[in-house]
Design a protein around this ligand. Structure first.
Ligand code: PA5
Length: 398
């Protein structure tokens, strides 16, 4: 009798921690929060243009866009950040109409330097805009076509190191440069990420929290395939998009045994999606976990005045919107809790600032790495997106 086995092995937390420590020798994102930012800050100070246009897609834009989105309503930056991501001609035209090319600084970001969306937009803009050292910076890998272009035109070039994947690059120059230029305190931002790194690798509370959560997701992945992020702030819409990319592109893989893996990410915004998707969570198939994200202090005292002339719902009068949205989140959480069979957790961010969003994003990067390690997949590649790219190139006659 012959016997071979191919059982899926659930690893211990200690094994996963050791793997993540070892990964740091080859995976560059872990240590990004500890890098020296002086060159980025010095460069950022020299940029005088009012609009900063980022040309980039996926990991090259979603991270900085998420942080900008989170902060912009509160910080009222003196500069505007605009993202050219899509090949949608109406979108390109609309964005072009909104900028003054003479008062715009362009940051072309592509690690590969060959991404169709970024390069086609760049080519189009170059027909009317003169890209030069005074209005452009390039972020790319070394030796890419974009790098050569920057060198030839003497345009400032910032290297994105090979071992940092796009979707894990928010704390590299990819995220830091545009954010520093518009005035974000990038050092404070990195401090938020450092705190999570230290807490995790020194096995503090955040270690227990992330391990327990990852383990639950992995052990129940066939039952709860969908992970809903229910963010109670309009400012977290960009974060939701970033999370969806991080989760989907990192975890949707075949594992070392060729078995298909993946958890499906979904981003909702409260209270808006209480009036849509919540019904499916409450009464639909029990295949979802829900993570609520709340902001403890919006630092915005907008109060519904007492004794308004509008009849009914008088109980709304005299309360602040900060309190109202918190109560709405709590009411939804309580309703889900009462169902008894919907796994959920609640993350509360102290306030809207760069430190807090960085803490959140770095902890999600770690969570993704932990789950990837449990699933025994390569979290950092994306072979599944290559097929479409090859077909597109053929269609384009490349
Ligand atoms: O996470 C990733 O690797 C991708 O989402 C990339 O960031 C995206 O495809 C853009 O690639 P590039 O930076 O090479 O233009």
């Amino acid at each position: 009798m012959k016997y071979t086995k191919n059982f899926y092995q659930i690893r211990s937390n200690a094994h996963i921690l050791a793997q993540l420590k070892k990964e740091q020798e080859t995976v560059g994102y872990y240590k990004l929060p500890f890098a020296d930012t002086s060159e980025i800050k010095r460069f950022a100070q020299g940029v005088t243009q009012k609009t900063i246009a980022v040309l980039g897609i996926g990991g090259s834009s979603l991270g900085s866009s998420a942080i900008y989105d989170f902060l912009k309503r509160k910080y009222h930056f003196g500069k505007t950040l605009l993202f050219f991501e899509s090949t949608d001609p109406v979108d390109i035209k609309d964005k072009l109409d909104r900028i003054d090319p003479d008062d715009t600084f362009f940051i072309i970001i592509s690690k590969s330097g060959t991404t169709v969306e970024t390069i086609s937009i760049f080519k189009y803009l170059s027909s009317t805009i003169n890209f030069h050292a005074g209005n452009t910076a390039v972020i790319s890998g070394t030796g890419t076509p974009l790098h050569h272009f920057a060198d030839a035109e003497k345009i400032p070039f910032f290297e994105l190191q090979q071992n940092v994947g796009g979707r894990f690059s928010v704390f590299s120059v990819v995220g830091l440069l545009p954010l520093a230029i518009i005035g974000v305190d990038i050092d404070n931002m990195l401090r938020g990420a450092q705190k999570v790194y230290q807490g995790f690798f020194e096995r503090e509370k955040i270690y227990e929290m992330l391990m327990e959560k990852a383990r639950f997701f992995v052990e129940n992945k066939n039952r709860f395939r969908i992970n809903v992020l229910f963010s109670y702030s309009s400012s977290l819409e960009g974060f939701n998009k970033w999370y969806v990319q991080l989760w989907a592109e990192s975890l949707g893989k075949r594992n070392i045994n060729g078995t298909r893996q993946g958890l499906t990410p979904l981003g909702l915004i409260g209270p808006v999606d209480q009036h849509s998707f919540l019904q499916l969570i409450m009464e639909g198939v029990r295949d979802k976990t829900v993570t609520f994200i709340k902001v403890a202090d919006f630092e915005e005292q907008l109060i519904i005045p007492p004794q308004t002339p509008i009849p009914k719902l008088e109980y709304l009068e005299g309360i602040s919107f900060s309190r109202l949205i918190a109560l709405q989140a709590d009411a939804t959480i309580e309703a889900i809790d009462a169902e008894g069979d919907i796994p959920y957790d609640v993350i509360t961010i102290d306030k809207v600032d760069e430190y807090n969003i960085a803490e959140l994003m770095y902890s999600y990067e770690l969570l993704t790495s932990i789950i990837g390690a449990f699933l025994q997949i390569n979290t950092y590649d994306q072979p599944g997106v290559e097929a479409g790219k090859i077909i597109l190139k053929r269609k384009l006659g490349a």
